[in-house]
Design a protein around this ligand. Sequence first.
Ligand SMILES: Cc1cc2nc3c(=O)[nH]c(=O)nc-3n(C[C@H](O)[C@H](O)[C@H](O)COP(=O)(O)O)c2cc1C
Length: 411
Amino acid sequence: MQPTVEAAIDVLTQPLALPCGAVLPGRIGKSAMSEQLGDRVNAPTPALNTLYGRWGSGGGGLLITGNVMVDRRHLGEPKNVVVDDDRHLTQLRAWATAAQAGGTPTWVQINHPGRQALRIAGTHPVAPSPIRPKVPGAPTPKQLTDAEIHAIVERFATTAAVVKEAGFHGVQIHGAHGYLVSQFLSPRANERTDAWGGDATKRMRFVVEVMKAIRARVGAAYPVGIKLNSADFQRGGFTEEESMDVVAALTAEGLDLLEVSGGTYESPAMTTGDTRAESTKQREAYFLDYAEKVRAITPVPLMVTGGFRSPAGMRDAITSGATDVVGLGRPFALDAAVPRTVAGGGTAPDMGGRKTSAKQLDAALELYFHTRQIQRIGGGHEPTASEPMPITAAHMLLDNGWAALRRKRGG
Ligand SMILES: Cc1cc2nc3c(=O)[nH]c(=O)nc-3n(C[C@H](O)[C@H](O)[C@H](O)COP(=O)(O)O)c2cc1C
């Protein structure tokens, strides 16, 4: 029997128009994964060009880079790329060109780590309030002044303007996973009583100001997205209701794509889902229930990230209207052309399950294993999906020392 015209059209390869007028050529997006491939002065290296050249020709609809920092004094991970002025414009242009040569638009995820920062000589982590994150080894951050907060808002705008000048097709604000934007939103991290905290409306002022400042610099026709937590999954943290209010406020400021994630590095739901929730056990992707609710309050296109692996799960999520874009992280580290694999009926690879008896060690190994694969692709090699866990652990210790065991952050 001949397939009908409808059946022959694959939802995963359908274009998606964004509010700003830009069009994504397909529905599988690579979500941000910190590559740690900046050089000594935090400029992009040629390995990023190789990596994104591979990812960009893999048949996807969107690539979002690993988090790029807006201030070189505050890094999330070693070897982050930093864009706080145009000093690295030449390397950024080469990166954008390599990534987009195959026709896949590439957006840069921009971030300030706040209290989830690496210790760097001469600087101290900053945050809305001096509350130590419950991550081993993290110091109590310094509380930001009003003037410092305004300066960081401007930094996000400057970074976005340079990213645009370099030729990238969009930017994404990192508003998830317990970094600075998410710290302002959370009552557990933000106990301010001034104009930046005190109630939910004041706690969301920072992200709204960041959005406005970026939009003012890049113009109405340039894609600006955000990765936002559906919730922090912590008692007293940022709730689902508050998250909906943030979405409504950002919709009014011209948001183009809402990527839904969840969790913080105190409670890392981004790579596991809310393991207590029945819906996570029943559904392949972690944050679909929230996505369905947020649909009712915003016309902004959605990208749901976390847990998608099967072609049927991805197609169902799109045809049911639960999401517009399927976000994939770890599968891209194992198969650089995973959108093509999925469109051809294959399952996205998943190498979860490096389980030891220690939860923190498992989280660190999970991130480190995938970072290693990303760096292999950047070095012109194929990923080594079968690498045994003790080998990953040995490399992690050799590269990072014992400090890596105490640091379970990776994006
Ligand atoms: C090695 C690694 C690095 C990551 N870096 C970031 C990052 O820089 N920014 C971010 O928003 N999420 C980051 N994440 C989270 C992913 O974007 C994604 O939300 C998560 O892996 C769940 O999706 P998945 O189940 O398809 O992997 C990272 C994940 C991994 C494994």
